[in-house]
Design a protein around this ligand. Structure first.
Ligand SMILES: *Cc1c(COP(=O)(O)O)cnc(C)c1O
Length: 394
């Protein structure tokens, strides 16, 4: 049967796999052998689902946005990941991976972070579970994301500023990998999106798939059918989108719309629209689309949204785009800002800047009145207020 799920070698079509240095082979292989067994076990499921319910506050509501629906002439439901503890979907993945680490006998958690959201989610779960937590963060990002750094420290994590390269996410990732190489026995590396070597993309997608599991049940209650006509989500590395579409990947009745960050425009040189601009390459241990120059040097991505400026894209999403299973739209900074203000004024919900890119895709679509659209609001916009004020539409 044709499927868009991962195969046993860790590939989605031609994308994915594990392209890692020899020295990491044992760590990744140990993880590959453990993850399905643990994630599928009754004991893990019980603990994971209890924490999702009582700590994160799941299920997150599926909210019929009446005034937004009126504007776009269809039925738009918002999947409210912004209402989760810590304000976004990332906590789902962090809880799952730290529970897995514990079951693998690892006591030391490391992570890398760019904007700081994944670092905060990981530090939160480590506080909850009494685990040591070290977060690598580019020095430039440490300065730009001061509040998140203070949150991580308050949660008991050690934040290690990285001073190599551009001192941003890519350099922090290299440093985290170096740490993992040096401490393979006791250390677990938590990756925050559907990126990295197999099994990370599949593992993160499975941990986030609770989003589409809930959508199925909630739509059945609201609409009397368990599938929508459209699913829409923003993509940085791809984890909130993967969770949103996971249980519908092979259901071709459902159109998938992915919104990537166009930045100042895809031909401006200031963009993070990896699917549109990237070429096949290897980044963080996976073969996928990568923004790179003629010589294969990775280009620094740009987006007004710190959570979307990743120069690669999850292999699942690269494959969905290559096979035309998904429609991919690049939403520019100004379009995202306008969409955020629109949602705020129509529904009283201030979305994260990342999520605003998914909302910005609405005006590019042509819906019929009977269409049921589910759009994931991946996070809340409190962290982005200063950017919103500085860029308010006229
Ligand atoms: C990190 C983040 C994203 C982008 O990451 P994905 O893995 O693509 O989901 C999107 N929205 C919010 C609120 C985020 O914090």
């Amino acid at each position: 049967m044709k499927t868009y799920q991962v195969n046993t070698e860790g590939y989605y079509g031609e994308f994915g796999g594990a392209y890692i240095p020899e020295i990491l082979h044992r760590c990744v292989e140990e993880l590959r052998q453990a993850y399905l067994q643990v994630l599928d076990s009754a004991d893990f499921q019980q603990e994971f689902n209890t924490l999702l319910r009582d700590y994160v506050g799941r299920p997150s509501p599926l909210y019929l946005a009446q005034r937004l629906s009126g504007k776009y002439g269809c039925r738009i439901y918002l999947k409210r990941e912004d209402l989760n503890h810590t304000g976004a979907h990332k906590i789902n993945n962090a809880i799952g991976q730290v529970l897995l680490a514990r079951r693998m006998g690892k006591r030391r958690i490391i992570a890398e972070t760019g904007a700081g959201q994944h670092g905060v989610a990981t530090a939160t779960v480590c506080a909850l579970m009494g685990m040591e937590c070290i977060v690598y963060m580019g020095k430039t990002d440490v300065e730009r994301q001061h509040v998140n750094v203070e949150r991580m420290k308050m949660l008991g994590a050690e934040v290690r500023p990285v001073t190599s390269g551009n001192m941003t996410l890519k350099d922090a990732t290299n440093e985290a990998i170096r740490d993992w190489c040096c401490h393979p026995e006791d250390t677990y590396y938590v990756i925050g999106s559907t990126v990295g070597p197999h099994p990370y993309p599949d593992m993160v997608a499975r941990l986030q798939s609770v989003i589409s599991k809930e959508i199925r049940q909630q739509l059945l209650q609201h609409e009397g059918r368990d599938y929508p006509d459209y699913l829409m989500a923003c993509v940085g590395g791809g984890s909130n989108a993967a969770g949103t579409i996971y249980h519908y990947l092979d259901d071709e009745r459902v159109h998938i719309v992915l919104a990537e960050a166009g930045g100042k425009g895809t031909d401006s040189g200031l963009s993070a629209a990896t699917i549109q601009l990237g070429r096949l390459g290897i980044i963080h241990g996976a073969k996928t689309l990568v923004m790179q120059d003629e010589d294969g040097q990775i280009l620094e991505p740009y987006s007004i949204s710190a959570g979307l400026d990743y120069p690669g894209i999850g292999p699942m999403h690269a494959n969905l785009a290559a096979k035309k299973r998904a429609t991919v739209l690049a939403i520019n900074d100004d379009e995202a800002i306008r969409a955020a203000y629109e949602l705020t004024r129509l529904e009283g919900i201030i979305p994260a800047l990342e999520s605003a890119h998914a909302l910005g895709a609405l005006e590019k679509m042509h819906f019929r009145p009977q269409d049921v659209v589910v759009l994931t609001v991946s996070g809340r916009g409190d962290k982005d207020i200063e950017t919103y004020l500085a860029n308010a539409p006229q």
